[in-house]
Design a protein around this ligand. Structure first.
Ligand SMILES: Nc1ncnc2c1ncn2[C@@H]1O[C@H](COP(=O)(O)OP(=O)(O)OP(=O)(O)O)[C@@H](O)[C@H]1O
Length: 299
């Protein structure tokens, strides 16, 4: 559905895409995460034909997007990170315009506008000019513009930035529905819990390239979890074993955190050192750990 290979794009002599390659399948929501400046928006701009790479390939549903940008553009819907709505038209006109660009005829376009407006809670503002919408309404109108033509590839660049919880939920529900209908979705966010809600696969970008790709369970399986114990600060701390010491850090006066691949064994080791925890929490590795392990920029 979407395939990029070896994309290179430089600004001012610095490679912001440095061999970026990723595939997204029909029905898949791929969560694209990475540090500020990792190249996520640039990738979206290249795929949507706004920026031309110096090297590499982009295929959208079998269409070579660099050779045939118009044909590729017709297959995708994009909600850019920067809000881009025509201020003087109404939301209904705006969505109708995008439905028309996607090739829908008048009656089908009207139906598509009504459906997406309901999904994204825009029914009450359909006849307002885009200029007077609130920030959250603009976000939703922008996502609706990307979705109204039922594109086979949906590119959403931080679509919930600044959205309130209700707006966020409406957007996530709409995204899930598009994927369930067979669209491939590339979804950029810094808000990692959304990717759990979306049951997204992950694309981790760092310094212009993909450093990890796969499902959450597989990617986090290689990372340690954590035992956190709270202690009575008045009691003297027993000595840790050599095996535990490098994996243990203080958390304030009264708690320790131990990175662990084997919580029962490490907890038993802590107890046998003489630790008497007041509370014990065991946490499996999550997306924050994955991000911390993989997504930090070099240098
Ligand atoms: N038009 C441009 N001219 C010059 N530099 C640019 C341009 N567009 C992007 N860059 C630079 O390219 C790098 C990658 O930017 P990009 O917006 O793709 O990152 P990002 O991963 O989307 O970051 P963020 O998480 O902050 O949105 C940044 O260092 C940015 O300053």
């Amino acid at each position: 559905m979407l395939r990029t290979e070896g994309l290179v794009k430089s600004y001012g002599g610095r490679r912001v895409l440095d061999g970026f390659g990723v595939e997204v399948a029909p029905g898949e929501i791929a969560g694209l995460i990475g540090h500020n400046g990792a190249g996520k928006t640039t990738l979206v701009e290249v795929v949507s034909g706004l920026v031309r790479p110096e090297a590499g390939a982009v295929t959208v549903c079998g269409v070579d997007a660099l050779r045939e940008p118009r044909a590729a553009r017709a297959l995708l819907g994009v909600a850019p990170q920067e809000l881009a709505l025509y201020p003087t038209v109404t939301v209904r006109e705006h969505l109708g315009l995008f439905a028309g660009l996607a090739g829908l005829r008048r009656a089908a376009a009207r139906r598509a506008v009504a459906t997406v407006a309901e999904e994204l809670m825009l029914g009450d503002v359909l006849d307002r000019r885009c200029a007077v919408l609130s920030g959250g309404q603009r976000r939703r109108a922008q996502a609706a513009s990307a979705m109204v033509g039922a594109p086979r590839l949906l590119l959403l660049d931080e679509p919930t930035a600044g959205a309130d919880p209700q707006t966020r939920q409406a957007l996530l529900t709409a995204v899930r529905a598009r994927a369930a209908a067979g669209a491939a979705v590339l979804y950029t966010t810094h808000y990692l819990p959304e990717l759990v809600d979306l049951d997204a696969t992950l694309v981790v970008a760092r310094d212009g390239r993909v450093v990890a790709r796969g499902d959450r369970a597989a990617l986090t399986a290689d990372l340690p979890g954590e035992i956190r114990i709270t202690l009575d600060p008045a009691r003297t701390r027993p000595r840790l074993t050599d095996a535990l010491r490098p994996r243990t850090r203080e958390d304030g006066d009264d708690a320790l955190r131990v990175a662990t691949f084997d919580p029962p064994a490490d907890l038993a080791a802590l107890l046998s050192c003489g630790y008497a925890p007041l509370t014990v929490d065991v946490r499996r590795p999550d997306l924050d750990d994955l991000y911390a392990a993989l997504a930090q920029p070099a240098g």
